[in-house]
Every structure is written in C-alpha cells, then in structure tokens.
Design a protein. Structure first.
Length: 260
C-alpha cells in the first residue's frame, strides 16, 4: 500500500478506479481503517476515482504520541489531496470522519464539490467521557472498547444475522494502536463546530441512522438546521450505516454526490 509521508505523519492510503473520473475521498470512523469502505469501493469505483486512507493513529498510518486535534485530522486530508494533485473532490466521512468533513467544509470549501457527513454531529459526546475513554485505553489497551463496540456500531438484528462481519470489524479494532485511538478520543473531546456551521457554503448531505445511539437523528437535524445548503438523509441503520445497509448507503451516495 502506498504511504504519504510528510515527516509529521505517514498516512496509509489506497486508490481505486480511473484517475480521470471525479475524485471521491472516504474518511473512516474511530477504531476502524479504510477497509470499512469496501462495500463502497466495490460499488462506486467505476464512477469515481476513489481515495481511501487510514486516519492518523489508525490502520497502517502512523500514530504520533500526544493528543491530536481536529485541525490535524482535516489538514491530513488536504495534504493528501495536494500530494495526489487533486484540486477538488467529493468527500464522504463517517462519525469521526464526518467531524473531519465538517472541518474541511468550514476551512477549505473550495476543495470540495459536495460533502457527505455520515453518522456524525457538530459535537459528539462530551469532553469528560472522551477523556475517560482515552485514559482507559492508555491504561488497559483496547480490549474494554472492543467488548462494547458492536452494540454501539450495529443494531441487535445485524449483530445476530452477520456475526462474521461484526467479528472482522471488532478484530480490526482490537489490533489497532491504543495510542492512536486514545489521541483521537482527545481530538473528539474538544471538537465542536456548532458555532461555525452557519459559515459552510459548500453543498452538504447529512446522513443519519434511524437507530444510531451515538450520533442521533436529532444531532443530524441540528446540523441541517444550521448549515445553509444542507440536506438530511435517513437510513435504517445504527452507527456504522455504510456496512449495515450498504446498498441503501451506496444509493444515497449516487443520489447526492452526482457528478453532473
């Protein structure tokens, strides 16, 4: 796999499809890697030049020591696009990746045609809870997080019907970097775009899962109410909606990220 290394961070990334097609970059959720996007890669690579990467601290990207911040997560995307000589792209990010997308929409709207912000919020959780989780992971590793992750990620029926899918994602979480996970928790602890949503001037689709206990439909509605050019899309899923409902998710990507 290619690595973009700018000395501060080494980002693991992969590209799929014809580079002459419109570029579409995917940003993963906390505790996953770019492999979470395989259902989208399979379905969309004929229409887009797909770029997937592992957020810093995740997958095969490096995990610098010390707390991260949303500015770093967003700037990593801009730096990767620059490295690939892509002036303008479509963007799709989920959960933490959706927070990254909000930063991009606020700070670099000229680089994006349209952003899909999925299963995310302008403020996810609260600072104390994230700080406690970061401390837990640094002290005990990722096993305590793995034990409860599936119930946050998926509906009970999906967990029952697709145990192999759930196990693969849980195993990937367990194999991740504790330091990278904790540092991203610290980024999320203070990430808050509520006062800046009104400044977004690029088209945005906010996708929410109707059964999502982490970033709720109300969280998505708040974003749509405060972003001038935003549309709400609801999918029958929990938090990792692109895996739980891949066909419906892919159809929404096609619908909202049209390349005309």
């Amino acid at each position: 796999m290619p690595i973009f290394d700018n000395q501060e961070i080494a980002l693991n990334y992969a590209t799929f499809g014809d580079s002459s097609n419109p570029a579409l970059i995917f940003s993963n959720s906390l505790g996953t890697s770019y492999h979470m996007w395989q259902p989208q890669i399979d379905a969309l690579q004929n229409a887009y030049f797909i770029i997937c990467y592992d957020t810093r601290g995740h997958g095969k990207s490096s995990a610098p020591t010390g707390r991260y911040n949303l500015d770093q997560l967003g700037q990593d995307v801009i730096n990767l696009l620059d490295y690939l000589n892509i002036d303008k792209a479509f963007f799709c990010g989920i959960s933490m990746g959706g927070m990254t997308g909000q930063w991009l929409a606020i700070n670099h709207p000229e680089r994006f045609h349209h952003l899909m912000l999925c299963n995310t919020a302008a403020k996810i959780g609260n600072e104390a809870v994230w700080a406690d989780r970061a401390q837990l992971v640094r002290e005990q590793g990722l096993d305590p997080i793995v034990a409860t992750a599936a119930s946050r990620w998926f509906t009970a029926s999906f967990i029952d019907n697709y145990p192999d899918v759930v196990k693969a994602l849980s195993d990937a979480l367990a194999a991740g970097s504790s330091e990278g996970y904790a540092s991203c928790c610290e980024a999320l602890s203070v990430a808050d775009t509520r006062e800046q949503l009104q400044d977004i001037r690029v088209p945005v689709t906010v996708l929410v899962g109707s059964e999502d206990p982490v970033t709720t439909v109300a969280d998505g509605q708040y974003m749509v109410d405060h972003i001038p050019n935003a549309t709400l899309a609801i999918i029958d899923a929990s938090h990792i909606s692109n895996i739980e409902q891949p066909e419906a998710f892919n159809q929404l990507v096609r619908q909202y990220l049209n390349t005309q």
